[in-house]
Design a protein around this ligand. Structure first.
Ligand code: PGA
Length: 257
């Protein structure tokens, strides 16, 4: 089975009316854009939108699956304002993003906490898009591979091969997110190949050959094809360009070719 898969990260954007307009635009071209892809495309939406967006995409032939953007690190309890794995699952999510750099930066999520979150997500039936990536300071100090390596080892190495079948890794260099500065296909490929080599070393060829590794950071309709031509870039986690149906469909088309 192809390991290619695309994901949209709406972040904290769109009103519900705007979301419906976007979904209408996606619906029109989704089947054609999906081409030969065998995995569903993911929509990571704000938690309050899981139910209404889920109701809308139920009729999209299973081509779209819902993702949360985060879950809390506790299963339940006195955490006013938070959503647990159980909540987002019951609201229709079958995936969650974890470890997005915006959460690492603004909510101080570290690898130890994220290991617990990954376990909690999998326990409650959520597949995981686990985000990793270096800051500009890391890259300039030649620390890209050690930083990304620790994010992989500390968070994922405790999982079984079976659990790894429910994990996607998204490599998102922090300096490329929302900045318009995309990593070159070669820069991204170097890190993707390194991630896959770690996975192969720890779990073996079957897990590493099946792992979808997405690139994220200013992916758009113009640069997607170059990124997807690299052997270890299996898809993308798309922020800004996922908010416009034609742009997102063009990225999907490039992946589905
Ligand atoms: P961007 O965001 O495509 O707007 O750079 C990607 C992400 O943060 O997931």
């Amino acid at each position: 089975m192809s390991r290619k898969q695309l994901a949209a990260n709406w972040k904290m954007n769109l009103s519900l009316t705007e979301a419906y307009t976007l979904l209408d635009g996606l619906k029109a071209g989704l089947k054609a854009a999906h081409g030969n892809l065998t995995r569903p495309t993911l929509l990571a939406v704000p938690a309050p939108f899981l139910v209404p967006v889920g109701n809308e995409v139920a009729g999209y032939d299973g081509l779209l699956e819902l993702s949360a953007q985060n879950i809390h690190h506790a299963e339940s309890g006195a955490y006013t304002g938070e959503s647990s794995a159980i909540h987002v699952y019951d609201a229709g999510a079958r995936w969650t993003l974890l470890g997005h750099s915006e959460r690492r930066q603004f909510q101080h999520e570290d690898n130890t906490m994220l290991h617990g979150k990954v376990r909690l997500a999998l326990k409650h039936g959520l597949k995981v898009v686990y985000c990793v990536g270096e800051t500009l300071t890391d890259r300039e100090a030649n620390n890209t591979l050690p930083v990304v390596g620790a994010q992989i080892k500390d968070v994922l190495y405790g999982l079984t091969p079976e659990e790894m079948a429910d994990v996607v890794v998204a490599y998102e260099p922090v300096w490329a997110i929302g900045t318009g500065k995309v990593a070159t296909p070669e820069q991204a490929q170097e890190v993707h190949a390194y991630i896959r080599s770690l996975i192969r070393g720890h779990w073996g060829a079957e897990v590493s050959n099946n792992l979808c590794i997405q690139y994220g950071g200013s992916v758009n309709a113009a640069n997607a094809e170059g990124l997807f031509s690299q052997p270890d870039i299996d898809g993308a986690l798309v922020g800004g360009a996922s908010l416009k149906a034609p742009d997102f469909l063009a990225i999907l088309t490039a992946l589905g070719k």
